[in-house]
Design a protein around this ligand. Sequence first.
Ligand code: IVH
Length: 695
Amino acid sequence: MKHDAAGRAAQLRAQIAHHNRLYYELDRPQISDADYDALMDELRAIEREHPQLLTPESPTQRVGGAPSGKFAKVRHSVPMLSLANGFTAEDVAAFIERVRRFLKLDAAEPLELTAEPKIDGLSLSLRYERGVLVSGATRGDGTEGEDVTANVQRVKDIPAKMHGRAAPEVCEIRGEVYMTRSAFLKLNEEQSAAGRTVFANPRNSAAGSLRQLDPQVTASRPLRFLAYAWGEMSEMPAASQWDMLNWLKQRGFPTNPLSRLCHSPGELLAFHQEIELGRARLDYDIDGVVYKVNRLDWQRRLGFVGRDPRWALAHKFPAQKATTVVNAIELQVGRTGALTPVAKLAPVTVGGVVVSNATLHNEDYIRELDVRIGDTVTVQRAGDVIPQVLGIVPQRRPRHSQPFEFPKTCPCPLGTPVVRELTAAGREGAVSRCSGELACPFQRVEHLRHYVSRRAFDIEGLGEERITLLFDRGWIAEPADIFTLGRRNPAIQLEQQEGFGELSVRNLFAAIEARRSIPLERFIYSLGIRHVGETTARSLARGYGTFPAFREACRRLAGEDAEARQELDAMDQIGDAVIDSLSAYFSESHNAGMVDRLAAQVRILEAQRPAAESAIAGKTIVFTGRLERMTRDEAKALAERLGAAVSGSVSKRTSLVVAGAEAGSKLKKARELGVQVLEEDAFLELVRESPLEGK
Ligand code: IVH
């Protein structure tokens, strides 16, 4: 028996080590938290029964993965610990009972607990000395984490200086770095369009974004932070968890507004239920609710068991995952021709929603998991939005199944070859693409959907279904056709189509007419040219001012005019990838023709051009330190009005740094790079000379 236990413990430790590495170091978990917890629970049970098997190296005695080696290591002066999990009302009752027994509270003694949503991100410790942020570290294994100071300084939610006067000598603020679901989806779209790796869920996306060797990359990622705990404190500003949360808020740290002070187990459970019901409507992932004994003196008395505080419990939500069978694997074609493999599943309920499709991300993902048609797989609703296949159940694999062969041709009627593009670094990218471009009807429909989408032409009442119908009937083949639809309708009689009534047709034509005027930047964005997102489109619009000027530049670019290339290169935010992409796009005569036909149908409004005479037109400016004569927002607006671009970080491309009081690292960097530095007054002097401001 004992021998078996030892064998099983070794097996479990190996599995846990494997999953720890996937989760903490590679940001790529393959099993759900609930499955992971089950492995840990089994190991803990074995160790309880056979204490001689317990070693300090056992994963039950440590937290998470070791630091990954990319970053310098930091020792946490107070270890970063974990939380015990509970799943049922009984678990919660047992927790409360344990606390009461430990503290010897009699039944009449009230016991308050805070209840805080458990955000699914990664925990972070921020060290402030006399109120100034001096370092940031990930949890790592709990004792030693990674030094991510340069990166946390780029996270907007994290104050560089604590608010308020008389900050304590030392304060370690702890909390969760996370990404909202909407930001995660948007980031993945951008990643995919650029041929870079996509993230499996917001948590991985946050972890991957924080642990970037280049802090500039972190800066460009929409990371958020919520504070809920602390480490070393030279003095304690409050005596309860609840007051500490309020103090954190006063000091400028975001805290979760949903947290609540509860006075009974019933209140805890009601809160848990309330949060679980509202979970899908939150824009961030949570996986449970954390209960903490409110009084800090009691927390101190309760102390820890192993790695978990005795004064807290993570009341988890039931896992949002299930197993089902893969009936088929289909390819979905995106606007840029990117092919996303989708598993067609035997419908299964996951967290209350019927799921029959789940993403398999890309070819490599399928190969790594070795997902085959006929396999039983675990699926999870990551962040309650996109269900994904987490892994297979090997025991349930049908005999004679074959590895999935990623199709060599696009599923569209043309069957054009699928290619895997090279990344900028010359390596094979993760994304497979249909090479058919606009000849591929699937891509055309996606393109049309993009044209009418919210940030482009924003035509109300023209969703996916209608676009597909209009395209399939041959009434809309390209964007210009949208604007001639009304004129052609007497022959078409859209009112007769299913899903269209007289009123909805009238509304649709009104919505189309309302968009016949469009700002240049939206027009450019609507074209859906690769690498030309909203920001780039805005730069192009500002740079050229009018559609004819933009169009002419693109014509010259397509004709390999070196001057046109240079002109673009000098523009803010425009680099080689954009230039190559514009050039490739406009070299195709059908693209150019389509743009011209669309332009003929609409009125493209001129972009507000910066005054070329302004002293700072075309420059990239960084404001740093405390400005005395204007707010940051004012400064930014002023600079932009005068044709400059404002950036948050100093690089070789920065033309000017405006340094206010107590400017720190950015000023230092500017000096190192030899970037021009002006004080606030000198900057105002400089722009006052420019004709625009004088007016
Ligand atoms: S308190 C010693 N509060 O959950 C107590 N943790 O499973 C340490 N988490 O490592 C944690 N929301 O990353 C605490 N309101 C919250 C939390 C929270 C999310 C995470 C945190 C922690 C993990 C433990």
